[in-house]
Write a protein that binds this ligand. Structure first.
Ligand code: CDP
Length: 204
């Protein structure tokens, strides 16, 4: 059985939380595509060219996801993500994952528009920048990273602007995406809405 759930949206909107929960509920595989861009960004921070890093990305680059989930790597990721050659190098891997047997959930920025325009379910998860910054601050603090709210808010805003304004696969909701504004929604309610969307599609 092939079934693809595409989850897009701005930085720290809760795409990962929803994606993991949906994957677990239905036994689908889950790919956080942001990690691919973060891995390329990390190699650029280490001195490589973005195009070369993207072309030679390997599972080793993703072995320590927490090391990639830092504000510095996030900024580097959104800078390499504007480069068409970088996006092209990562495309086939994402498409193959989306079409795997047993179902797949992918979260990112361009899943419903470019990677899987025919995904069975498309969600665009969003929330106000302030709320997203607060959630990301809590996540980073829980991992022992010392950052302040204003810095996180600026990171989120800078990446949103870069991601939405770029020419190559800009962040935008697909016409047929269900928009989930989680500003005033608990994680449980957002997960329930996503699960309901998958069940509705499966039912008919
Ligand atoms: O977790 P968070 O929402 O903060 O970011 P992420 O999903 O890990 O993505 C990091 C950066 O990678 C984003 O700011 C985008 O610039 C880029 N990205 C992208 O361009 N396309 C994707 N499908 C996923 C991420």
């Amino acid at each position: 059985m092939r079934f693809t759930v595409a989850i897009d949206g701005p930085a720290a909107a809760g795409k990962g939380t929803i994606g993991r929960a949906v994957a677990e509920r239905f036994g689908f595989g889950h790919l956080d595509t942001g990690l691919l861009y973060r891995a390329v960004g990390a190699r650029v921070l280490a001195g490589e060219r973005a195009e070369a890093a993207a072309a030679s990305l390997s599972p080793d680059d993703l072995a320590d996801p927490d090391a990639l989930r830092t504000p510095e790597v996030a900024q580097a990721a959104s800078k390499v993500a504007v480069i068409p050659e970088v996006r092209a190098a990562l495309l086939e891997f994402q498409r193959a994952f989306a079409h795997r047997m047993g179902g797949a959930v992918l979260d990112g920025r361009d899943i419903g528009t470019v990677i899987c325009p025919r995904a069975e379910v498309k969600l665009f998860v969003t929330a106000s920048a302030e709320i997203r910054a607060k959630r990301r601050l809590d996540e980073l603090a829980a991992r022992g990273l010392d950052v302040d709210y204003q810095t996180v808010l600026e990171d989120v805003r800078a990446r949103d602007a870069r991601d939405a304004d770029r020419a190559a696969a800009p962040m935008v909701a697909a016409d047929d995406a269900l928009i989930l504004d989680t500003s005033e929604m608990s994680a449980e309610a957002a997960i329930a809405a996503a699960i309901a969307a998958v069940e509705a599609k499966q039912a008919g």
